[in-house]
Each structure stands twice: as C-alpha cells, then as structure tokens.
Design a binder for this molecule. Structure first.
Ligand code: UDP
Ligand code: LCN
Length: 802
C-alpha cells in the first residue's frame, strides 16, 4: 500500500500553489540543507517579492506551517521537511519532485537520507550505522505527558510519589520510614533512632504523641531543652531548632502518611538536613578567582560556579541552623591543576573561595598516557583523553578530603558531567547535571559535518559524553525552559539530542526523553554586591566611577583603540569574549552599516584585546583582524571605543556608567546558551538587547523588559536596535520604562537564594526517588552506557592523544 498523500491535510488547497512556488524558489537557492532561520527569512523575502499582503507571511496556513519547520533537506529533486508540530514532537515529510505529494517518513529513514546525502559515499540506506536508542529505558520511569510541564519535573515527581504514598501506603510509607531511619550526617544518626523505632506502626504512634506533647511547649523553646525527651521517644536531632519548628516538621510528615497532598512531600523533604558535602566538577580548568578571563572557554561558567558555591554554602548553614544540628557544610570545586598557568593560581592544589567559610577549589593534574603531568592549558575540545584517569584521581581525593563520600556531585559542562557520571557510578552518589552550553546547538551542522570538524573540536567524543551523562544523571538543571524543549518555533538545546546522525559514527534515533521528570529549570542569579541599579548612588564608589568614566569614553591608552568625537551621545555597549559565536564583529558591522545609528549613538566594546600578538587563540585572532577591517571599512573612527576585557569586579560599575549616559547593552551572540551578561546589565538598569537564539529569548520579554534581535544578519540587528533608539524621540521616557522593567524582571526571577533552595529540594526529592525507584531499569541503562563508554567513547578519546 502506498503511503497517504498528506498535502491537502497540511496545506489548504487555496495555498497549495504558494507553497509549491515557495519550495521551488528555495530549491533555486542551491542550498542542500536549510535551517529554520534561513527558511523563514527566505519566506519573508518571497512574500515581499510576490506582493503578498502584510499578514500573509505570519498568518497564512503556509506561514504557520513553515514557522514550525526547523530543517529542510533537498536531496536530488525531492524535499524532506522536518515539521515540529508542537514542542519536541515531530513529523517528517517527503515532498515529491512535482511538489504535489507529501508523505510521512520515519526518523530512521530521515537519518538515512541525511547520511546518504551529506556523505556522498555512504550508501543510500545506511543500515550499517550503529543505532543508538535510549527510548526503551524510559519505560522504567514515569513520564510527563503535557509538554507545558516539561522542565518542572519536581512538581510532577512530587505528585507521583505523594499519590503513591496514599495509594500504596504499605510500600511507599515503609520506604519513606526506612529512608528516614538510615539518615546520618558525618556518622551521626539523625531524625530516627532505628533501635527504638523499628516498625512503622511504632514510629507513627510516637510521632503522634510527640506532636501533641510539643503543642504544650512554648514554640520558641530551643531544641537543646527538648533533646532528652525526644531522644527517649526515639527521635534524634534534625527535626528543627525550636519546639515550634520540630512540631511543624513532624506534622508535615504525619500529613504525608495520612492525607498526602503533592506539596507536602517537597515541603517535608526540603527540611530534612541531608546534604553537607557537595562536590562540584569542572575539569577543563583555568578555574580561579582572578585573571582567568581571556581563555576562550573561561567565561560565565566560572562566574556561575563561584556564585553558586557561595549560595549553596549559605543555604546549608541556614538549613542546619533551622534543623537544630551542628554540622559544617563543605563544598569543593574540583578542577584541573595546570603547572604552566601564567599569572593565575591554577597551579595551586588548593584555593579558598572568597566569601565562603569552608568552600575551596581542589586542583588535580591531568596525566598523559606515559604517566607524565600535562603542563599546559588544554582547550575543552581536547581534554577527552585525560578524563578517565582524572575521574579515578578525583574519587581518591574526594574520599580523602571529605573523609567519606560526598552527598551530591554536580557536573558542569560536557567534561564535568562525564566525570560526575563516572564518579556517581563508582561512589553511588546522586548526580546533578548542568550543561551551561551544549555545543551541538552552538555549532550549526556539527553533527552532520563532525568528520570535517573532528580535528579541532572532537565532537564525536563530546556528543557521546553528553548522551551518557544526560541519560544517567539523576536530575538535570537548566537555566531556561528553552534550553530543554525550545520555544513554539525554535529547537531546544537538549531537544537537539532527540535524534540526529553523525555519518559514519552512529545514528541516534532516541537520544534523550525530554518528558522525563529529571529536567528542571533552575535559573541562576547575579552577584547582588557587584550588580546593583545605577540609581543606588550611595553604594557606588566615586573614585571607581571617575576612573571608568574616563576610561570608557576618553582615556588615551595603549590598550584602547578608537576615540569618540562626541562622547555625549548615548553609548551602545557590549562586553564578551572575542570569539566567533559572541558575534561582536557582527555588532560592529551592524553599527557601521546603519547611518542613523552611527549619527545618534556611539559604540563601546569591551572584548579580548586590541593587540593581535597578545592573543594565543586562532579564533580570537581572526576576530581581532575582522574588527580592524570593519572599523576601516565603515569609517568608524570617532564613533567607536574598543577596550580590552574588563576584570570581573569592575564590570558592575562599567554597566552603571553606561546607564548614567542613557546607554544600552547589546548582546549580539549568534547563539547564547544562557547569557549572564544579559542578567547583569538588566540588573544594573541598562535597557538590554539580546539574541532570539538561546537563553536571552527567555530572560528578556521582548518590547517590555528589553528587546530581542535577530542576530544572524547585521542589517536585521541594526534595524532592531534602531527601532528602539529612534523611539526615544517620540517617547523620551521609553528608556526609563524599559530600564525599570528589566530590573524588576531580574529581581523577580533570577536570584541565587531561590536557586539554592530549589537545588537542595531537588537533590532531596530525587535522592528519595533514587532510593525507592525500581533499580531494574537503571541497571539496564547502566549496562548500555557502560558499553558505549568503554567500546566507543574511551577508545576514541585515547586515540586523540596520538
Ligand atoms: N565578563 C567579564 N569581563 C569581560 C567579559 C565578560 O567579567 O570583559 C564576565 C561577565 O560579566 C559574565 C561572564 O564573564 O559574568 C560571561 O558570561 P556569559 O554567560 O555572558 O557568557 P560565556 O562567556 O559564559 O559564554
Ligand atoms: C556558558 C555559556 O555559554 C553561557 O551562555 C552561560 O550563561 C554560562 O555558561 C553560565 O551558565
């Protein structure tokens, strides 16, 4: 039976000719493969050229269909269309050469086409490819049904476990009781004395009596005074620091056993002091507290982790205080020791983290295959051969430093997540994954053209490591929802791992289940001591202000390029690493090509270095060259200042000075996984522009708390900025409105206090889940991942060294 022709179902008859004409137009562009942005820009162009009415592009059936097409492939005379009919769900269509027949094809078939088409030598049906499929392991875990709930796994799991507690009290109630009975910190028994309370029934009657008794005490009575009485009943410390809090915690637990509501489990479990030792893995190194900016891969991740560690420690200190126990929390950031580390401290085995009491950086060297310590910095793309040994060394060091196992292992970025996975396996410790940036979405076509890119990027190792850690980790936190499942019209970063092919290596037909409750959105915050509104003048330092006022706009200095003819014009400011993806040169070009922008604004750039000989990174050197070319080509002298990167502690004041001059912050990246600078600038009160590609599209509410730009082309970017700047003339208050809304947005959604509360709740809830869930599925997944690690990833990584 031939497959059904779906064209009439998808495109109404009245628009079928437009659809056909547009596809014909696309085939005429000569592209083999188009992604969403190009498809959409071509569509807008086609509509203009064909005099379509203004709303046709967006509102016609063809427009609505195309808005949901992330990829089109043009093999021979047919067209393959990936249609994302709702978030994270797809149909794939094959359109016949006459564009009249549209038939569904399977994911396997689609990947075969891609293989065959991209690699001319691959046979059309690439049945030889290794097929990776993680879907069968999904059967062992509950799955979220509604895509709107993706990223809020904690609520789902709460509901699931609470209803189990209610419906199967004999199993789940016992599990919860056992979970509490085994609870110890640093060898000290907490909550329940297992010798006194050895059955669930005894425990529940003791709980009821104690709740009643506690009601007779002053609620502020300290725990110490109640200790003997509680102990005699079988209750150990950890319930609270006062009679009132102990009673509250016990009542929450009591309600869980008798009339559980979904929030009770999270409320109760988040009070249980379970975590005191946290290991944070970030192996690729160049991780320190000063002078580490400038390497291509030491940006936001370092800042994020240092702020995170401070927030986690502060949270644990407060938690132990409220629980009425005397425990010192410990957080260790484990990274690579680099003997040749310039003016940084990356060659020191240990470094205390400023602003904490007991957190420190622990550095462990990489060893090569001959057993010698690797002396120099190694790019994150080339560190794969060292990680297996590094993980083993970490295990030993962590056991020694913590005098036992950690309670939580947090991985960062692909390398840290892989090491966290290996450690979590060996030590049987709960694992949290944080991607920061999944390079697969950053580097377009990096799966299809992996072979060409392998020499520099080694994506075969990186994407395999990503698959392993995302599938194995207990929970994954992301900074935005779009990082997981994208937006109505754009791919999510994790979503891009659902199915893809790396021709000649493998085809992934189900790489990750986005509907697994392990996914949780937990956005980071900003360091509120450094980043505060420009209006809080009492907090600002006059001398720092004076210094940066001159440095930004007028100082003649050997490390600054350019001058401003009219320094009073509002500055467009940008600050980032000078690598390709940050697209600083795209902004310079946009500014240069737009006469009105040039007339009304100045451009101030803080990025990299102006001296090419000071850069040891090829990508950065290219960008430096391009900066000079653009400044000359667009005659920008008198309109631009280009400064080297700014040290972290100074960046807050820099944003504020720009805000004093009614300036704006522009983050022009081609793709930004999250974008800490966007948060920082908004928090300081700068109207902020960010790309529609990636995290900023979720941080900024377009037109309200900032503006989103299509950064793929300089003219589109310039137009977007000009729309706002030109609006000042009509509405002089506009700048203030956007500034206010931006600050409010960050205050509301992005704070480290909220972050740490959520992270610990997740750890505890998923800890309980790990304890109760059926291990059968996990064992099978472990075996599958073991094979992939030992037979595919490890040999590839080892081969890199030679
Ligand atoms: N940063 C800085 N000085 C600079 C450029 C950047 O201190 O000259 C900091 C910036 O304040 C932010 C981080 O580096 O905290 C960059 O993080 P983001 O998430 O924006 O990008 P990433 O570099 O991680 O891709
Ligand atoms: C890495 C990135 O590329 C940024 O987009 C993030 O903001 C940063 O890490 C912190 O998560």
């Amino acid at each position: 039976m031939s497959p059904t022709n779906l064209i009439s179902k998808l495109i109404p008859e009245a628009e079928q000719q437009d659809f056909s004409d547009f596809i014909y137009y696309l085939t005429g562009t000569g592209s083999k493969y188009l992604l969403r942005n190009d498809i959409w820009l071509n569509w807008l162009k086609w509509c203009r050229e064909n005099d379509k009415e203004s709303d046709f592009a967006e509102n016609s059936a063809v427009g609505r269909f195309l808005a949901r097409v992330p990829e089109m492939l043009f093999p021979d005379s047919i067209v393959l269309i990936l249609h994302r009919y709702t978030m994270a769900r797809y149909n794939i269509y094959r359109l016949s050469a006459d564009r009249k027949q549209m038939q569904k094809i399977s994911v396997n078939r689609y990947l075969d086409y891609k293989d065959a088409y991209i690699c001319d030598n691959t046979p059309r049906s690439n049945r030889d490819a290794l097929e990776l499929d993680f879907l069968p392991f999904s059967d062992y875990a509950p799955t979220i049904k509604n895509v709107k709930n993706v990223g809020n796994g904690i609520s789902f799991l709460n509901r699931y476990m609470s209803s189990n507690l209610f419906q199967k009290p004999e199993d789940w109630g016992r599990d919860l009781f056992e979970f509490l009975r085994i609870h110890r910190i640093n060898g000290e028994q907490l909550l329940v004395n297992p010798d006194i309370l050895d059955s669930l029934d005894d425990f529940l009657s003791a709980l009821e009596e104690t709740i009643d008794d506690l009601g007779n005490h002053d609620e502020n009575l300290p725990h110490q005074k109640l200790k003997p009485q509680l102990k005699s009943r079988g209750f150990e410390p950890g319930w609270g620091n006062t009679a009132g809090r102990i009673r509250e915690t016990m009542s929450l637990l009591h309600a869980l056993f008798y009339e559980p509501r979904s929030a009770d489990l999270e409320n109760f479990i988040s009070r249980v002091p379970m975590i005191s030792k946290v290991a944070v893995l970030t192996p690729h190194g160049w991780f320190a507290q000063e002078n580490v900016l400038g390497k291509p891969d030491t940006g936001g991740q370092v800042i994020y982790i240092l702020d995170q560690v401070r927030a986690l420690e502060a949270h644990m200190i407060r938690e132990f205080e409220l629980a009425g126990i005397d425990v010192t929390p410990r957080v260790l950031v484990v990274t690579r020791l680099i003997p040749n580390s310039g003016n940084t401290t990356c060659n020191q085995p240990k470094e205390d983290i400023i602003g904490t009491e007991h957190a420190y950086i622990l550095r462990i060297p990489f060893y090569d295959s001959q057993g010698a310590i690797v002396q120099d910095w190694v790019s994150r793309f080339k560190i794969w051969p060292y990680l297996d040994r590094f993980a083993r060394d970490c295990e030993r060091e962590l056991l020694a430093e913590f005098e036992g196992r950690p309670d939580l292992i947090i991985g960062n970025y692909s390398d840290g997540n892989l090491v966290a996975t290996l450690l979590s396996d060996r030590m049987n410790v709960i694992q949290c994954t944080i991607a920061h940036a999944l390079e697969k979405t950053k580097y377009l076509f990096s799966d299809l053209y992996w072979k060409e890119m392998e020499k520099d990027y080694h994506f075969s190792c990186q994407f395999t490591a990503d698959l392993l850690s995302m599938n194995k980790s207990d929970f994954i936190i992301t900074s935005t929802y779009q990082e997981i499942a994208g937006t109505e019209t754009r791919f999510g970063q994790y979503e891009s791992y659902q199915f893809y092919t790396m021709p000649g290596l493998y085809q992934v037909v189900n790489g990750i289940n986005l509907f697994n409750p392990k996914f949780n959105v937990v956005p980071p915050g900003v360091d509120e001591d450094n980043y505060f509104p420009y209006t809080e003048t009492h907090r600002r330092s006059a001398s720092q202000q004076a210094y940066w006022q001159t440095r930004l706009f007028s100082e003649q200095s050997g490390d600054v390029h350019g001058y401003l003819e009219n320094p009073d014009k509002p500055p467009l400011f940008t600050m980032a690493r000078l690598d390709r993806i940050k697209n600083i040169t795209g902004l310079v070009e946009a500014f240069g090509m737009h006469p009105e922008l040039k007339k009304h604004c100045n451009l101030v750039v803080a990025a990299g270095t102006i001296h090419i000989e000071n850069s040891d990174d090829a990508e950065e050197q290219n960008e430096i060259r391009r900066m000079y070319e653009l400044i000359a080509a667009h005659d920008l002298q008198g309109h631009i200042r280009w400064l080297p990167s700014v040290s972290k502690a100074e960046t807050g004041e820099v944003y504020r000075i720009i805000a004093d001059s009614r300036g704006m912050f522009v983050q022009p990246a081609l793709f930004e996984a999250f974008g800490l600078t966007v948060l920082e600038a908004m928090q300081c009160g700068l109207p902020t522009f960010g790309p529609i590609f990636g995290g900023p599209s979720e941080i900024i509410e377009d037109g309200k708390s900032g503006y989103l730009l299509n950064t793929s082309q300089p003219d589109l970017m310039a137009e977007g900025i000009w729309r706002f700047v030109s609006g000042f003339a009509e509405d002089p208050d506009k700048w203030h409105q956007v500034s206010e809304k931006g600050m409010a947005r960050i205050r509301e959604k992005y704070t480290w206090a909220r972050y740490s509360h959520k992270l610990f709740s997740l750890t505890k809830l998923y800890g309980f889940w790990r304890y109760t869930e059926s291990r059968e599925g996990m064992v099978k997944l472990d075996r599958y991942c073991d094979l992939l690690y030992h037979l595919l990833l490890k040999p590839r990584a080892e081969a890199m060294e030679h």
